[in-house]
Design a binder for this molecule. Structure first.
Ligand SMILES: Cc1ncc(COP(=O)(O)O)c(C=O)c1O
Length: 374
């Protein structure tokens, strides 16, 4: 009997080995990974420096609680501030994207003393209580989660945002750097700048959810940096430690920390820190943000024209190929016939969230496979 709670639709593949952009299953079949385990694998599978750092940490000390000094946390905070250019920000460490968003929402509410949040249609911020309340998907909101004070407005509609903020009771606006689950929707740069102005004007906290679009994926450390704005709180997770559970909130110096206001048992643990520090170093040393952008542009330029394809959009290693028809069969054929992992958004979009080390030669393999299937 299978005792696992049956909530996932599973492909019939058992990965047992991986290296860079390649995965092998239990029959020795090789696959190209254009999905990165849902944007998690940033520096490539089993990167040797990353593996060595995590193994070495386990040999030294695997865990202690947040009641003692942990220099690895300070080192990671310094590296993330340097990579993002947010030199005077502070870091709070957690274990997942949803938890990062929970804590950002809580901080915004502490900071302003208010409890209403403005979020966007199509948004996905996670499945825990507050995070799911600001997610635009009634299917995953249980009655228990539905009591939060949230208003959804359209992406890129600055007037609608201003209308809500001018009511005076809003603690935060939360927005993804690029909507991922919602279908690779890039908020336009001017809208992001308007949002920054409006939130400042009304004393509302601007939370940027970079859980999927951050960690260098779009060619800048955070996707919102393409619009040249600086949010108050930035949440991150997926690509941060290449597969070890981790999340973080980068916090502007205007926020005041009081002892005990936030906390977690596992957040900031030694193994995740060793992994995340190694990832930050590899991203810098191997110039992976530039690679992500260049190879992402190459994907956008080379998707074939086809009556079946409606639109192609994205930035760096975050690309959506929107079809005029459901893509479940194409995705299955890519996996079972062409041995390529891809993701989806909704019914009609193939979503590519490849490791940042993807090469143009890898893209050629994907493009040729797609052409054959089309
Ligand atoms: C933009 C965004 N925010 C938050 C989350 C939730 O992250 P986690 O699954 O680590 O809780 C996700 C997950 O897909 C996401 O894409």
């Amino acid at each position: 009997m299978n005792h696992l709670f049956d909530v996932y639709s599973l492909f019939d593949v058992v990965p047992v080995l991986a290296k860079g952009t390649r995965i092998w299953d239990d029959n020795g079949q090789e696959y190209l990974d254009c999905y990165g385990g849902h944007a998690v694998i940033s520096v490539g599978h089993c990167h040797p420096e990353y593996v060595a750092a995590v193994k070495a940490q386990l040999d030294k000390i695997g865990f202690y609680s947040n009641s003692v000094q942990n220099p690895l946390q300070k080192e990671l905070a310094e590296k993330l501030c340097e990579l993002s250019g947010l030199n005077d920000y502070f870091l709070f460490l957690v274990n997942s994207g949803a938890e990062a968003n929970e804590n950002a929402l809580k901080l915004a509410s502490f900071h302003t003393g208010k409890d209403r949040v403005v979020a966007f249609h199509g948004a996905f911020h996670g499945r825990t209580s507050g995070a799911v309340a600001v997610t635009d998907n009634p299917k995953i909101v249980a009655p228990f989660n539905s009591h939060h004070n949230v208003t959804f407005v359209d992406l890129n509609d600055a007037e609608a945002v201003e209308c809500e903020l001018s009511k005076g009771d809003v603690a935060a606006v939360i927005i993804e750097g690029i909507q991922g689950v919602g279908g690779i929707k890039i908020p336009n740069d001017q809208f992001m700048r308007d949002l920054r102005e409006l939130t400042k004007k009304h004393g509302v906290v601007l939370i940027l959810d970079e859980v999927q679009s951050g960690c260098g994926r779009t060619g800048k450390y955070f996707a919102h940096q393409w619009a040249g704005i600086t949010p108050d709180l930035i949440t991150m997770a997926k690509g941060l430690a290449n597969g070890i559970p981790i999340g973080g909130v980068l916090i502007s110096p205007e926020f005041k920390a009081t002892k005990g206001m936030l906390g977690t048992t596992f957040g900031g643990n030694y193994i995740a820190m060793a992994g995340a520090i190694a990832v930050a170093e590899i991203i810098k040393e191997e110039n992976l943000m530039a690679n992500a952008k260049a190879v992402g542009d190459y994907i956008l330029e080379n998707i074939p024209d086809s009556p079946k394809i409606k639109d192609v959009r994205g930035r760096g290693m975050m690309v959506g190929i929107e079809f005029n028809c459901p893509i479940a069969d194409i995705r299955k054929a890519l996996l079972y016939e062409k041995h390529i992992f891809t993701g989806v958004a909704g019914n009609n979009m193939l979503r590519l969230l490849a490791p940042l080390v993807l090469t143009k030669a890898d893209v050629d393999i994907f493009i040729n496979a797609l052409k054959e299937l089309l």
